[in-house]
Design a protein around this ligand. Structure first.
Ligand code: NAD
Length: 497
C-alpha cells in the first residue's frame, strides 16, 4: 500500500489565512495575542511539517474571554428577538455555504481528514444550521393550572442559561463546534470555545467569518491552547454557567469535578467502543463496506466508530473474506488528495498509541489479518487500516477506545449472545445491527444498552433525531429540542391577581 499525494490546490483565501505568522485568540470581536505572549505550533498530519503557530491561552485569557462573553450576554444581544436570532443563523448558513471550501481545506490540512470527507460533511452542517434557526423560534414556556386557593395564575418561562464554555476535540472541529454555536445563537447565550491544541484553525477562522457575518462582539470567543491550561481554566471558571464538552471519558471525569466550583450544568459527549452486529441473514453486499467505513472513516478517529464488529459464527469466514477484499480498495493518502478514503491520524503520539494497541492485540492472541504497520518513511502520520480476527470481548483491543483505524472481528453464536457481548462494555455510544429480519433487528435495538442504534446502516446523524451516549459515553442529547433545553433554564412564575 502506498501513500497517495496532494492534488487539491489551496484556495487563495485558505493560503492567505494559513500564511499568518501567528493565529491569535478571538476575544470580543478582535484577534488578540495571549496575555503571556506564548504560542504553540501545529503540524499537518499529512506531512508532519509545521502548519501554523497559534496563541497558547491560559487562565488570564480565559478570564478576559469569559468577561467579554458575560458583557455580551447582558448587553444588546439580550434584547435581540427570536426573529433576529433566526435571521442571524440563516445569514451564518449562507456565509458558510459560500466559504465552505476554504474552511474544508483548512480543516483537512490541520486535522488530516480526507478533503472529500470534509466536503461531504457540508450537507450535515447546513442541516444543523437549519435546525438551530428553527429552534430560535421554538423557545416557549407553559401556562399551567394550579391548586393554590385564590386567584393565582401560573406559568413557566424559558431563559438562556448564560455563558457556555465549549470544549471540543480534534477529530472534526469544523462541524462539531456548531452543536454549540448553533444552540448559543438560537438561545441567546454566549460562548467561549476551547478547541483542541492539535486542530484549532477551523474554529478560529469560523469565529472571524461569523463576526463579519454579524455575530456581535463577545457572543462567540475562542481561546486556543493546552487542555491543561486554557481547558482547565474554562472548566473551573465560576462565571461560566454551563460546559458543553466533547472528548475523552478521562477528561470528561475531570470536567465533572471542575463543575462543582459553581454547580455548572454539563453536557458530556465522551468516548465509545460501539458494537456493529452482523447477523447471519445480513445483506453482506451492504454490510461489509459499511462496517469497514464505520471504523476506517476519519482513520478511526470517530467517537461512535463501530470498532467491535460482532459477526454470527456461521458467516464469519464469508464476512472476513469479503472484508479483506474490500480492504484492498481503500486508498490512504494526503488529506488534500481528492480521492483518498483515509488520511493520516492526528499526531505522531496518536500513531504510537494505535501501533501499541496492535502489539497488544497480537500478544493477547488476536489474529492480525490485515495491516498493522506504519505507512511511509516518516513525515506524515500514516497507518495501515488494520483488521484483527478471532478477537474475544475480554481482550484490551475490544475494551479500550483505540481511536485509530483498527477493526476487531468478534464471533457470536445467537442474537442473545450478541446482545450480551455488545453490552459487556464500559461505553454506550453507538451501535448497529444488520439483518433482513425486522424482528431480529428490533430485538437487538431493544437489547443493546447504548445511546444510538443504526439498523442496516451506520453513522447517520440528523439534529431532528439526535445523538447521545450513556454509561461512560456521557450524557446530554445532541440534537432534538432536548439539546436546546440545556441552553435554557426554566423559571416558574406565580402571579397573584
Ligand atoms: P481529550 O479529552 O483529550 O480533549 C478534548 C478537549 O478537552 C480538548 O480541547 C482538550 O484540550 C481539552 N482538555 C484536555 N484536558 C482538559 C482538562 N483537564 N480540562 C478541560 N479541558 C481539557 O480528547 P481528544 O483526544 O481531543 O479527542 C478524542 C476523544 O474525544 C475520544 O475519546 C473520542 O471518543 C471523543 N469524542 C467524542 C465525541 C462524542 O460525540 N461522543 C465526538 C468526538 C470525539
Amino acid at each position: 500500500m502506498t501513500i497517495t499525494q496532494q492534488d487539491v490546490e489551496l484556495s487563495e483565501l485558505a493560503r492567505g489565512f494559513l500564511s499568518r505568522e501567528v493565529h491569535y485568540l478571538f476575544i470580543d470581536g478582535e484577534r488578540v495575542p495571549a496575555v503571556s505572549g506564548n504560542t504553540l505550533s501545529t503540524s499537518a498530519p499529512s506531512t508532519g511539517e509545521v502548519l501554523a503557530r497559534f496563541s497558547s491561552g491560559d487562565s488570564s485569557d480565559v478570564d478576559l474571554a469569559v468577561a467579554a462573553a458575560r458583557r455580551a450576554f447582558k448587553g444588546e444581544w439580550s434584547t435581540w428577538t427570536p426573529y433576529q436570532r433566526q435571521a442571524l443563523l440563516i445569514r451564518v448558513a449562507q456565509v458558510l455555504d459560500e466559504r465552505f471550501e476554504e474552511l474544508a481545506q483548512i480543516e483537512a490540512l490541520d486535522m488530516g481528514s480526507p478533503i472529500s470527507r470534509v466536503r461531504n460533511s457540508k450537507q450535515g452542517l447546513m442541516r444543523m444550521l437549519s435546525f438551530f434557526a428553527a429552534q430560535a423560534l421554538s423557545i416557549s414556556g407553559e401556562t399551567l393550572t394550579n391548586g393554590i386557593p385564590g386567584n393565582v395564575s401560573t406559568m413557566t418561562l424559558k431563559a438562556p442559561v448564560g455563558v457556555i464554555g465549549g470544549i471540543i476535540p480534534w477529530n472534526g472541529p469544523l462541524n462539531s463546534q456548531f452543536w454549540i454555536i448553533g444552540a448559543v445563537l438560537a438561545s441567546g447565550c454566549t460562548t467561549v470555545l476551547k478547541p483542541a491544541q492539535y486542530a484549532s484553525l477551523s474554529v478560529l477562522r469560523v469565529a472571524e467569518i461569523l463576526h463579519e457575518a454579524g455575530v456581535p462582539a463577545g457572543v462567540l470567543n475562542v481561546v486556543t491552547g493546552r487542555g491543561s491550561e486554557a481547558g482547565t481554566a474554562l472548566a473551573a471558571h465560576t462565571d461560566v454557567d454551563r460546559v458543553a464538552f466533547t472528548g475523552s471519558t478521562e477528561t470528561g471525569q475531570k470536567i465533572i469535578e471542575a463543575s462543582t466550583s459553581n454547580i455548572k450544568k454539563l453536557q458530556l459527549e465522551l468516548g465509545g467502543k460501539s458494537a456493529d452486529i452482523i447477523c447471519a441473514d445480513a445483506n453482506l453486499d451492504k454490510a461489509v463496506p459499511a462496517a469497514a467505513m464505520g471504523v476506517f472513516a476519519n482513520s478511526g478517529q470517530v467517537c461512535y466508530a463501530g470498532t467491535r464488529v460482532l459477526v454470527q459464527r456461521s458467516v464469519v469466514d464469508q464476512f472476513t473474506e469479503r472484508l479483506l477484499e474490500y480492504m484492498t480498495t481503500l486508498r490512504v493518502g494526503h488529506s488534500l488528495d481528492s480521492a483518498a478514503t483515509l488520511g493520516p491520524v492526528i499526531s505522531e503520539s496518536q500513531l504510537d498509541t494505535v501501533l501499541s494497541y496492535v502489539d497488544v492485540g497480537v500478544s493477547e492472541g488476536a489474529e492480525l489479518l490485515y495491516g498493522g504497520e506504519r505507512l511511509g518513511a516518516g513525515g506524515g502520520y500514516y497507518m495501515q487500516p488494520t483488521v484483527f480476527g478471532s478477537v474475544t470481548n475480554q481482550m484490551r483491543i475490544a475494551r479500550e477506545e483505540i481511536f485509530g483505524p483498527v477493526l476487531s472481528i468478534i464471533p457470536f453464536d445467537d442474537i442473545e449472545d450478541a446482545i450480551e457481548i455488545a453490552n459487556d462494555s464500559d461505553f454506550g455510544l453507538g451501535g448497529a445491527v444488520w439483518s433482513e429480519n425486522l424482528s431480529t433487528a428490533l430485538r437487538v435495538v431493544q437489547g443493546v444498552h447504548t445511546g444510538t442504534m443504526w439498523v442496516n446502516c451506520y453513522g447517520y446523524i440528523d439534529p431532528l433525531v439526535g445523538f447521545s451516549g450513556t454509561k461512560l459515553s456521557g450524557y446530554g442529547a445532541k440534537g432534538t429540542a432536548a439539546h436546546m433545553d440545556t441552553y435554557l433554564y426554566t423559571k416558574s412564575v406565580y402571579i397573584q391577581l
